[in-house]
Ligand binder design. Structure first.
Ligand code: ADP
Length: 500
């Protein structure tokens, strides 16, 4: 049985009130859950019969009751503004009377009364202003962007919200003793002043820019800043409100991209130069070799004629000289042919066709059969693709150059063994040409693909230094890559890819 409270409320009386149509009253238990309410409560809140909505609305009153009850007060009254479901606003006077049982809190009776009509305009205005002030304050304190409020006259920082303080590593009182320029990176002071002046000159009240602040530990902090200038009624600036977002990561990333861009365009320029000089070299090689062929052929034929006619009058020394000339002419003619072959591989003449690679390499074996036989060599060609897309003549020559090198670059007395195999890599074919020859030291793995680059004396291994440059050019034109793996004395494997 509940006791009397202040001698005023008795539970049977409350039970009667709970049935009332025009008195809004509710009964709360000791844990502040609403246990019952009068029909008048629903009338007050303009509800049909939605219990849940009612409970939600009343949540606003509950915390007040709990607070009062906690402090031992048994009676309290206050006014609250409540927004109803339909958006309309009512002012409710709330009177709470605590129920005490055995000297402890046992619930409460809450009376609610609509006092909207009695609220005067000034009170309403004050409530509205307070609400707006609370909202602004909440925004200022909890905003994820940093906020400075600055005295326009001397740039002194008047307020700094917690976000900007933690961004820069200062406490608010430390920051308040400084000006906006004190915490700006020395190189960016001019930027700030420049933007400020420009916006004043152009009568703009808002401007945005980027600059670096200096954190308390001295490290730079890139920020995107939006400044809004608050002016008095004569148009003189009073305060600058600056919102600050950190963009250090963005700026760093941008710098990296710019540096990479620069590197890329330098590389591009180098590549263009290389392509240009390569094209020039090719043109030169073509013209020179083409124009050299005719006089060389003439030298060759007349020397042979002279040899034929005069050899019977030659002594041993004269015949030796004549042989030097004839061998020289033969070597030069071979060099010119290779140069011409290299010079002829031009992008514009690069005709592609589908062909059976396995059959094509039979031509290679035929071309190399004499050399292979002389050296007692073994050439093993494993299953190759039955269809490949490329320039048939160039690809045959590519295989021929690599296999020929495998036969050529061998220790005296070694039996040359060359193996060719392929792997299907979905987007491209990978080919390997493996030999058991003299090998190539690691430091020369790239330069051997350059024109006229040879590692061995001509007297030991014949050659012109054009073969691998030719191979590289062909592979490049087939959108592939060519490289070598080898060690001195341990054989060599050439790898190259051809796009499918
Ligand atoms: P060439 O064979 O006419 O000398 P290449 O352009 O074919 O020219 O090769 C360039 C150089 O690379 C050769 O002179 C040689 O020193 C080295 N080389 C090429 N292929 C091999 C190989 N299979 N084994 C060892 N060295 C090689």
């Amino acid at each position: 049985m509940n006791t009397l409270i202040n001698g005023a409320v008795e539970l049977p009386f409350v039970n009667t009130l709970l049935k009332s149509q025009n008195i809004a009253v509710m009964l709360m238990d000791s844990s502040m859950e609403m246990v019952d309410y009068s029909p008048g409560l629903k009338t007050l809140f303009r509800l049909e019969n939605d219990d849940l909505q009612l409970r939600n609305l009343l949540k606003v009153c509950q915390h007040k009751i709990i607070k009062k009850a906690g402090s031992g007060e048994t009676e309290c009254a206050s006014s609250r503004k409540i927004t109803l479901e339909d958006g309309s606003v009512i002012f409710v006077k709330i009177k709470i009377i605590g129920l005490i049982k055995d000297n402890s809190f046992n619930g409460a009776v809450v009376f609610l009364e609509d006092e909207t009509e009695h609220i005067d305009k000034h009170v309403l205005l004050e409530m509205k202003l307070n609400e707006q002030f609370d909202l602004m304050r909440k925004l200022y304190l909890e905003s994820p962007v940093g906020i400075f409020i600055i005295n326009s006259e001397n740039a002194r920082i008047l307020h700094a919200n917690p976000t900007i303080c933690s961004m820069l590593g200062y406490t608010e009182s430390e920051i308040r003793s400084r000006t906006a320029y004190d915490i700006t990176h020395p190189e960016d002071q001019g930027t700030h002043i420049g933007f400020y002046q420009e916006s004043l000159n152009n009568q703009m009240n808002i401007f945005q820019f980027r600059k670096r602040y200096l954190k308390k530990d001295g490290s730079p902090f890139w920020a995107h800043i939006s400044v809004s200038i608050i002016k008095d009624k004569y148009g003189s600036p009073l305060y600058d409100v600056a919102t600050i977002q950190e963009i250090t990561e963005v700026v760093e990333a941008q710098k990296k991209v710019e540096a990479q861009d620069q590197q890329l365009s330098t590389k591009n320029r180098e590549l263009e130069k290389y392509i240009d000089s390569n094209a020039q070299l090719q043109n030169f090689a073509y013209i020179a070799s083409h124009d050299m062929k005719a006089p060389l052929r003439m030298i060759g034929s007349f020397t042979q004629l002279l040899n034929h006619r005069l050899s019977k009058h030659f002594g041993e020394r004269e015949q030796e000289y004549m042989d030097y000339i004839l061998n020289g002419v033969r070597d030069m003619s071979q060099l010119i042919d290779s140069l011409l072959d290299y010079a002829k591989i031009k992008k514009e003449d690069h005709k592609m066709e589908a062909f059976n690679l396995h059959l094509a390499t039979e031509a290679v074996l035929r071309n190399l059969s004499k050399v292979a036989e002389d050296k007692g060599a073994e050439i093993q060609i494993e299953e190759l693709p039955v269809e490949i897309l490329g320039n048939k003549t160039q690809i045959i020559q590519l295989f021929q150059n690599l296999i020929a090198n495998g036969l050529k670059f061998q220790e005296e007395g070694n039996t040359p063994k060359v193996k060719v195999l392929s792997e299907d890599h979905n987007t491209h074919w990978l080919f390997k040409v493996i030999d058991n020859g003299i090998g190539i030291p690691k430091e020369h793995h790239e330069q051997i693909f350059e024109l006229f680059n040879r590692l061995n004396a001509k007297t030991t291994y014949e050659g012109s230094g054009i073969g691998l440059a030719y191979c590289k050019r062909v592979v490049d034109l087939h959108s592939g890559k060519i490289w070598v793996e080898s060690e001195l004395g341990n054989g060599t494997t050439f790898f190259f890819t051809i796009k499918k």
